[in-house]
Design a protein around this ligand. Sequence first.
Ligand code: URP
Ligand code: ZN
Ligand code: ZN
Length: 500
Amino acid sequence: MTERTINIMHAEPSGPELLDMAICGGTVVTATDTVRCDVGIKDGKVTVLERGLERRAAKTIRADGKLVLPGGIDAHCHLDQQSPTGLRHADDFYSGTRSAAGGGTTTIIPFANQKKGEPLRAAVEAYQARARGRAVVDYAFHMIVSDPNEQVIGQELPSLIREGYTSFKVFMTYDALRLSDRQMLDLLSLSNRERALLMVHAENHDCIEWLTDALKNAGNTEPRFHAVAHSAIAESEATYRAISLAEVAGASVMIVHVSSGRALEEIERAQRRGLRVFAETCPQYLVLTADHLDCCGFEGAKFVCSPPPRKGEDQEALWGGLDRGALQIFSSDHAPYRYDGPTGKKAGGDRVSFDRIVNGVPGLETRLPLLFSRGVQGGRIDLQQFVALTATNPARLYGLYPRKGTIAVGSDADIAIWDPDLDVTITHDRLHDAMDYTPYEGMTVRGWPVVTISRGEIVAEDGEVSTDAGRGLFLLEDRIPGAKTERFAGRLESRKNPLQ
Ligand code: URP
Ligand code: ZN
Ligand code: ZN
């Protein structure tokens, strides 16, 4: 973006009521309303929503013709983590949160990943140390539990949940991470008792292994076979099993990164039966297909993630799931492994078999523009749904609402001002992450956030991110155990949410 799109003016201070900032002339959108009003900000909070605030603020941002939306919450992203085979992410908490800010996201919830044999608290403390002094927007943590031993189940997890780490992810695949059904039952029962939320990576491990062996025995090793080995049937079977285990344990469950129509069918069947099943999808499953893995020899590795991008018909099914409210959350699953270099897709060389390519695609900065363009501008979802999926529902599900996820008096002034008509061609050089590619290179989107405000401070403007490392706050104290009961009481925002 070369043109200055927002006009900032400074007023003379005029008395005790002076606001720090006013966003004037824009259209404010929340998960329930679209209103023409100004937004007044004082001490990092929204303090007034009414027209005519221009003269009451030390600084005014003109937002005529723009949309004033809650800053995005990316409730599933990975920063400064190591892969199960020891490869390190390109993004740390500085580059990752800069990238978030550039794309209109003002809160992230990445993962503190427990290695087998490691105390869970040590994992949490290690990730706290990685974020401290680095993050430029606010953050909380989910935990990844890979070793639910007696100490973890009996002491560490209950006490961490009570401290405010109220969500954790488990895996049904990957040798270094996967849990047995019995272990999942223990954790689901614990999450129910402690009022936390368990998130599941649902893929059938043995099915993937069996297909992988069969493919390799037949000499099929190119990146495109990753999408064959990680079959949609393996995903839907594990999704059904995770839901069944949650039902046995009487717990809520969140199925993350749903990629296929088949898995979505299992989720909706459970929701129709009244089970507390929540679900997330991500840009790669709406915008990419398995054909991308077959684009160009080993470069198909750039699109290798699990579950993989699937078919056009799966994309259609997921759009329907977003519209119906069956999928409540839209996250990036940003997992930033470079293409080149010793810690990326080519770490094993550019001839390795698909099962040795590190899994994950980046997407923190492109998440919101892709959904806005394909979803809102494409006529598949409306603005309220966009805000619910990208900000309000993640805040409600993970206990950050109403401080985060909406624009209301008393909420943090986390705001993205969007130019809905700005055409942007995505190229990696305009993004702020530390990657060497974007899977969306060359795609054009309509709509991009032109100003991102975090707690009343402009952190990104017209494509430039300018903010200090370490200004991002850790949000532990805001995370309310049992946020799930609120959401099941029917407060998730969705026009057609079957849970309401
Ligand atoms: O391939 C992916 N999705 N990598 C990130 C880790 C995960 O499973 O979410
Ligand atoms: Zn996963
Ligand atoms: Zn992930």
